[in-house]
Design a protein around this ligand. Structure first.
Ligand SMILES: *[C@@H]1O[C@H](CO)[C@@H](O)[C@H](O)[C@H]1NC(C)=O
Ligand SMILES: *[C@@H]1O[C@H](CO)[C@@H](O)[C@H](O)[C@H]1NC(C)=O
Ligand SMILES: *[C@@H]1O[C@H](CO)[C@@H](O)[C@H](O)[C@H]1NC(C)=O
Ligand SMILES: *[C@@H]1O[C@H](CO)[C@@H](O)[C@H](O)[C@H]1NC(C)=O
Ligand SMILES: *[C@@H]1O[C@H](CO)[C@@H](O)[C@H](O)[C@H]1NC(C)=O
Ligand SMILES: *[C@@H]1O[C@H](CO)[C@@H](O)[C@H](O)[C@H]1NC(C)=O
Length: 939
């Protein structure tokens, strides 16, 4: 062991880097010089790389603080925190072998962030581990490292193994584990599929590097040698029993992801901590929320993108600092990284979907409007709201009930008094071509009389409840049920069959169509048990991430509670996803139709089984605005079926807020109005005429474009594409789009520009370069990449159609069932060259595996040289008729003289010269066959 006292805290950055400051530059490039003695280099298809002294490893810009020179040469932005616990002092810091340099807070203008540059930080090349050997087999590296110095944390693992797996030329896994005794790894996402489908001979888009004398590794982009991850000798690399840490430089500040958190879409790298530990926590800034998605995507300076998944389900802090750099600090499991090389954002997301699983394909009806409130309290009250919403002519597909429909708030029951007619009501809903979804909580009631509540009795018999570590009996807490609650253990082999039986018996009572699973973080009204948790290593680990209240068991189970696959300490973040899987499998079997599950708690891969709503948000303008980055971030995590409660859940919505919210909510992928029981009634009719008019207008547009939305969901399911899409995903080379989260796209073609401020009737929006059309007026705009001010009367949400697009639609009606009977439409928006293209995927909307069974039709449409043509993308055998009734074309600047169907017959049309708009109605084109529709100008 070498001594780590007297470390060098003030060395190695070249002085002249700072000289520019005197010229008044606030930002500058820093070129780090690394001197390396020995190297392990992984030749990946003979791509050899050695650090040369002049290699620009970090090439980025950041503000140089006035204190920089006063306190030595590790720039503030590059200080990696060596004392993340409270109460750092010079003594406690230097005892860890770290550097101590307090910062004068008064000079710090950015104290609004919870974190700041640490006073106590690692010296350069803190020598945690070094390589003892390494081998290269094919494309893959494997090496052992031994600990060189004790970390401050208990039970350092003396020997660790780092290995890479080339999963494809764009996906690299880097795994660091204890070779002696394998450690916990999350059971989900299931890995079997992709381990076998590995690409063997490929030319990787990445270069993997290590340095024999220092821990960590680096990844470069082979195409341009850009370093996208550099953890070699950065910060404090630690691998102990319950503290694992690795830090890396980032190649840019354009970073997205790391949810679930309430943040802007583009994350702030100015000392920000993202704590991941699933919690029943109304969304607020800086708090750990319901889900954990340790995945990020970065846009490099070149415009290329990559993504990184840190597959670890333990409680963790991820820290961003302005170098820019990232630190992963987790309290269990292993270090398991997946690198996705892109290079486009869509490529990154497709690659990531290969690992975590692609989103489930939703039933068509679930794309309609949903309505709920906690505390209707009875069937008659539920029916009244259902009825008046329909009577108002608001497009509406699915009625929901929160826990008040249950008997004693117990799962798998219904209140035989106030909800006596629930079975009949559900039948009535079905007879209108509509659907019904009830809530199910994670916890199961304990205190009902033996023999009267089978979910508990059978769960006990089948041994499926999470166990108390001290008594080995079911772990008991308290949620909504009377007296006490236990929790099914979804890692138990008996749990799937148990959940199926429970849901089946409930479905036999009333034929619900989907499931809303809640309180599955899991949430508990107690901190652990009635008397808390015992003092044990899991509930009181040496380091506790920055969870709300700094106690892991806060409003959940004790960490030492036992699941079949391990401790709650390890499995906590996966719990909700376990429930989603059990619910999905059960619903598939019960209905033999596509499951539709919405879950509050999520983990990597949750989107393969369920969608998500953003939980207990507040009826405020701030929450309205923040709902957009919340929804867009989930679309990055492969959970495209996501929405926020329209008009907010807690607190009273005002008419003006609810009015703008129904307009935005009409474009959430999951569009549901829901609120709490202690607030005003906020269904559209209750909010009055303005909200009803806005709801009808915006939802009719949604219903018109449902074939387009459905096609986007199909592409999400098949490829891992986004549905609600951040602008940067489409316009990656346009830096103006990087931080936009007040507008978003559906797919590539429809831009949604909501009003997010009270009393505004216009909205300023960024329109990326190219031709665009106002959806309402058809007005053409050619943007050079500029801000435009758009009119937004109170009942209207601005929408722009991107030139070059063809959007499939259908004449809307008030339910998806009725809309599906109508004719299709194509809305064509020409680009500057008279070109446009688009797609339509269609099937019966509810059957399982329609695509796999070839019961679909998937068409591509193109306009070129004044001619619209269709062709099949893939052959499917859907028997149902698909009739095209209307084609409209925006952006025809010459007067149309004739329109021809299939090159022969001239057909009626309307051409509006002022709007450059061609409208061909009354068509009856069978989309089973290819067709052409062309137009000719006057000679
Ligand atoms: C590397 O070192 C480890 C630990 O001592 C040992 O188990 C392993 O066999 C070594 N591998 C090679 C290739 O030498
Ligand atoms: C990347 O770096 C290596 C080694 O310095 C060099 O041989 C190679 O040409 C570089 N590639 C590119 C694309 O710059
Ligand atoms: C539902 O609405 C219809 C049409 O307005 C009305 O006749 C009926 O009484 C309503 N039913 C309930 C239960 O409110
Ligand atoms: C599953 O449940 C059955 C009773 O239905 C029980 O006999 C069996 O032990 C349980 N399996 C496990 C693995 O506990
Ligand atoms: C558009 O307006 C926003 C908000 O005022 C501003 O931040 C942005 O820089 C503007 N973009 C352009 C290209 O002018
Ligand atoms: C919806 O369809 C019904 C039944 O075909 C029809 O009576 C009604 O007018 C349609 N409503 C709208 C808004 O198109």
């Amino acid at each position: 062991m070498i001594s780590i006292k007297n470390v060098l805290c003030n060395q190695s950055v070249k002085k002249h880097s700072f000289a520019l400051k005197s010229f008044g530059f606030r930002f500058l490039f820093i070129f780090f010089t690394l001197t390396v003695t020995s190297l392990i280099v992984t030749p990946v298809h003979a791509i050899f790389h050695v650090y040369a002294p002049s290699d620009p490893i970090l090439r980025t810009s950041y503000a140089i603080d006035d204190n920089e020179q006063k306190f030595g040469n590790i720039p503030k932005a590059l200080r990696f925190d060596c004392h993340p616990e409270d109460g750092a002092s010079q003594l406690s810091c230097t005892n860890r072998g770290c550097c101590w340099n307090p910062i004068d807070d008064d000079n710090d203008s950015e104290n609004m962030y919870r974190l700041d540059a640490p006073f106590c930080y690692y010296p350069e090349d803190w020598p945690g581990y070094e390589f003892i050997n390494s081998t290269i087999k094919g494309n893959d590296f494997s090496g052992f490292l031994i600990r060189k110095v004790k970390s401050f944390y208990n039970d350092d693992i003396p020997v660790i193994k780092m290995e890479t797996t080339t999963l494809s030329d764009s996906i690299l896994r880097v795994k660091i584990n204890d070779p002696q005794s394998p450690r916990y790894e999350p059971p989900w996402p299931v890995k079997s599929n992709w381990e076998t489908s590995r690409v063997k001979d490929s030319s990787p888009k990445y270069i993997f590097q290590t340095d024999s004398s220092r821990p960590g590794f680096a990844i470069k982009r082979a195409a341009d040698n850009n370093t996208i991850f550099d953890a070699i000798g950065k910060g404090g690399f630690i691998f102990s029993e319950r503290f694992l840490q690795i830090s890396s430089l980032l190649p840019s500040h354009n970073i997205y992801g790391l949810g679930e958190h309430r943040t802007k879409l583009k994350l702030n790298t100015n000392w920000n901590s993202f704590t991941m530990f699933n919690k029943d926590q109304p969304p607020t800034e800086q708090a750990n929320l319901y889900g954990s998605h340790p995945f990020y995507i970065v846009i490099e300076d070149s415009g290329d993108c990559h993504g990184v998944l840190f597959l670890n389900s333990n409680a963790m802090d991820i820290i961003l600092q302005p170098a820019p750099a990232i630190t992963f600090r987790t309290i269990g499991g292993i270090l398991d990284f997946y690198f996705f090389m892109g290079p486009t954002p869509a490529d990154v997301l497709r690659q990531y979907a290969e690992i975590v699983g692609k989103p489930f394909f939703p039933p068509y009806w679930s794309l309609g409007f949903h309505l709920c409130q906690l505390g209707y309290g009875s069937v008659s009250r539920t029916r009244e709201v259902w009825n008046r919403t329909r009577n108002a002519g608001i497009p509406f597909d699915t009625q929901w009930n929160d826990i008040d429909y249950m008997e004693n708030r117990n799962d798998f029951t219904y209140d035989k008094k106030n909800f006596k007619d629930l079975p009949q009501f559900v039948d009535e809903i079905h007879s209108m071509g509509m659907h019904y979804i009830p809530m199910i909580d994670a916890g199961v009631a304990v205190a009902e009389k033996a023999g009267t509540y089978l979910p508990y009795d059978e769960g006990l018999r089948d041994d499926v409840f999470v166990k108390d570590a001290e008594t080995n009996q079911p772990f008991t807490g308290k949620v909504w049920n009377p007296i006490a609650t236990v929790w099914p253990d979804f890692t138990h082999p008996n749990s799937t069959a148990y959940y199926f039986r429970m849901l089946k018996s409930m479905h036999d009572m009333f034929a619900f169509d989907g499931l809303w699973i809640d309180m599955n973080e899991p949430s508990n009204f107690l901190n652990g048990k009635v008397n808390g948790c015992t003092y044990n290593k899991l509930d009181y680990p040496q380091y506790v991430p920055h969870v709300v209240d700094r106690l892991l068991a806060t409003k959940t189970l004790c960490m030492n509670a036992k699941h079949h696959l391990g401790s709650h300490y390890n499995l906590h973040n996966t719990y909700g996803t376990g429930q989603a899987i059990a619910a999905n499998l059960a619903m598939r079997k019960i209905r033999s139709k596509r499951p539709f599950i919405i879950s509050r708690s999520t983990w990597e891969g949750a989107g393969h089984y369920a969608g998500h709503w953003t939980g207990d948000i507040y009826s405020s303008w701030h929450d309205l605005r923040m709902s957009i980055p919340e929804v867009l971030s989930y679309s990055l995590y492969q959970v495209p079926m996501v929405g926020a409660d329209i008009c907010g859940f807690d607190g009273n919505a005002s008419v003006s807020l609810c009015n703008r919210w129904v307009q935005l909510g009409a474009f959430y992928p999951f569009a549901r109005n829901h609120n709490s029981d202690d607030t005003i009634v906020q269904d559209p009719v209750a909010m009055g005429d303005l909200v009803v008019e806005s709801a009808k207008k915006a939802l009719m547009i949604r219903y018109r474009f449902l074939p387009y939305l459905y096609t986007l969901f199909f592409k999400a399911h098949k490829f891992g594409d986004t549905v609600a899409r951040p602008l940067f995903v489409e316009f990656t080379n346009d830096r103006n789009t990087y931080s936009i989260d007040k507008q978003f796209l559906w797919g590539r073609s429809l831009m949604i520009i909501p009003v997010l401020e009270e009393n505004e009737v216009e909205v300023t929006a960024y329109i990326p370069p190219g031709p665009w059309y106002d959806f309402y007026s058809k007005a053409f705009t050619f943007s050079k990449g500029e801000n435009f001010t758009l009119k937004a009367p109170l009942d209207t949400i601005p929408l722009m159609i991107r030139g070059g697009s063809i959007l499939p639609g259908q004449t809307p009606n008030v339910t998806t069932t009725l809309s599906r009977k109508n004719k299709f439409e194509l809305l064509v928006a020409l680009d500057g060259n008279g070109f446009a293209s688009g797609e339509l995927y269609w099937d019966d909307g509810d059957s399982l595996d329609s695509f796999e069974k070839q019961q679909f039709r998937w068409l591509n449409f193109t306009v070129k040289d004044q001619k619209l043509t269709s062709r099949k993308v893939e052959k499917g055998g859907l028997s149902q008729d698909m009739i095209l009734g209307r084609v409209s074309v925006m952006g025809i600047s010459r007067k149309v003289h004739r329109v021809f169907l299939n090159d022969n017959s001239s057909i009626p049309f309307m051409y509006n010269k002022r709007r450059l708009y061609l409208n061909v109605r009354g068509l009856h084109v069978d989309l089973k066959r290819n067709f052409t529709l062309s137009w000719a100008f006057e000679e």
